[in-house]
Design a protein around this ligand. Structure first.
Ligand SMILES: Cc1ncc(COP(=O)(O)O)c(C=O)c1O
Length: 431
């Protein structure tokens, strides 16, 4: 597989390189040179396969022989070790539940596949993943890399500033997962990570790598669950399918559009955002004018400069598609709350991100169409806000409940680079 840098097309890299490097020169995103396509008959055959087998076909179509198909299938099986069920919400609307993985969010698919692939392409070379988290990313990264050979993970987080349940989710694992509570805020944690990457001696000794969220391996993994959704939808609905995607950095939507570009029958996509509406305004007015980011109930979508957008523009250009055909809409916090209540009355407990996707889908779905919205996180991940909106208690899902009583294994450090460096150096593999 060859990929090029969207900011400098002369920079071309292999899949392995793109996974190890994350970003290209000038912080440019990598994009596939070849966009594989399946015929309608091939798609029909693919849709009959199980999730893991089908996903291996899809990923091989991109990755090619850099990872032999049989080996890739083993990685996919380890990464996608949980289901992505479609649940019916109304006669003409269903949701794709992407929150049945270990950290109860769609990030488990991309994060776990990236971990598997990185383990593979790094060969016998040890790797240390160093990252800072305000909660969510840490959990996904920790679980994705847990117990992988040759990989150490160090996660910094602000002491006392993440929810106790979040902390339990990733600070009770131990083994190759080292969690460090820093006596400061999230910005201080990020600054310490940055300082570590600027320290050439440290970088070399530890083989430092950041598990970057715009890594191409994550996007490729996400394509697979759109196929899984269509496979579960009755065949007569497939041609009329409209998919609504709650969007922040627009990675999930990019993956959906790539699935469509491969031949997956999707009539249209809807980009659903909260008040951070740079893309909907751009699609309406043709002007890219990000505002200051505002805090909303759907906080994982509080992004005003979505970093995957250049990939979407590139795909539309390459395919000769028009951005006029991309559905879009914006939902306020008030309407989000009303929608969580509305879904609850229909017997479906949702959370703010998915509720936004449902709202715009419901409002824009036309006669004869069939709608699907993505459920990107388990409602219990947003327990406080959902309980307040619905005025009732949510039971803890097993993944959280079973960690709630385990002891925390975190180390505690002040916000001091010298002390962090000393801690990290002790983890350096013997040369
Ligand atoms: C629960 C949830 N929903 C939606 C999104 C938005 O996804 P994307 O950034 O790929 O647009 C995120 C992103 O972190 C998320 O955590």
């Amino acid at each position: 597989m060859k990929l090029y840098n969207l900011k400098d097309n002369s920079e071309q890299v292999s899949f392995a390189q793109a996974v190890k490097q994350g970003l290209g020169k000038q912080q440019g995103l990598f994009f596939p040179q070849d966009l594989p396509e399946f015929s309608a008959a091939e798609i029909d055959e693919l849709l009959k396969l199980d999730f893991v087998t089908r996903s291996s076909h899809i990923l091989t179509a991109f990755i090619g022989d850099e990872i032999p198909k049989a080996e890739l299938e083993v990685l996919v099986k380890d990464a996608f070790a949980f289901p992505a069920p479609v649940a019916q919400v109304e006669p003409d609307v269903a949701t794709l539940e992407l929150y049945h993985g270990p950290t109860l969010a769609f990030k488990d698919f991309g994060g776990r596949f990236m971990a598997q692939v990185l383990g593979k392409v790094a060969g016998n070379q040890p790797v240390t993943i160093l990252t800072a988290t305000s909660g969510d990313t840490g959990a996904a990264v920790a679980h994705a890399f847990y117990r992988l050979n040759n990989v150490q993970v160090v996660i910094l987080y602000p002491e006392g500033k993440i929810s106790p349940l979040q902390e339990k989710l990733f600070c009770t694992l131990g083994e190759n997962i080292h969690t460090v509570a820093i006596k400061d805020d999230f910005d201080a944690c990020q600054a310490l990570v940055k300082q570590s990457f600027d320290d050439e001696e440290l970088k070399k000794a530890l083989y430092l790598n950041s598990a970057n969220s715009i890594n191409i391996s994550r996007l490729l993994a996400q394509i697979c669950y759109y196929f899984e959704a269509v496979a579960q939808i009755p065949a007569d609905k497939r041609e009329h399918l409209v998919i609504s995607v709650p969007s922040g950095n627009f990675g999930d939507l990019t993956a959906g559009l790539l699935a469509k570009s491969m031949g997956l029958p999707v009539k249209r996509f809807i980009a659903a955002t909260n008040a951070n509406d740079t893309v909907p305004r751009y699609l309406d007015k043709g002007e890219w004018a990000p505002h200051q980011t505002v805090a909303t109930l759907s906080n994982a979508m509080d992004v005003s400069q979505p970093n995957n957008w250049p990939r979407i523009e590139e795909l539309f250009n390459r395919k000769g598609w028009s951005l006029k055909d991309l559905g879009h809409g914006v939902v306020s916090d008030e309407v989000t709350k009303d929608t969580v209540r509305e879904l609850d009355k229909k017997g479906y407990i949702s959370e703010p991100h998915a509720a936004i996707a449902y709202r715009i889908l419901r409002d824009q779905l036309q006669e004869g169409e069939y709608g699907l919205f993505l459920g990107t996180a388990h409602p219990a991940k947003f327990k406080e806000s959902v309980e307040e909106i619905l005025n009732k208690e949510l039971p803890l899902p097993q993944a959280l409940a079973e960690r709630a009583d385990l002891p925390l294994l975190s180390h505690f450090l002040p916000s001091d680079f010298a002390q962090l460096r000393e801690f990290l150096m002790k983890l350096a593999p013997k040369q």
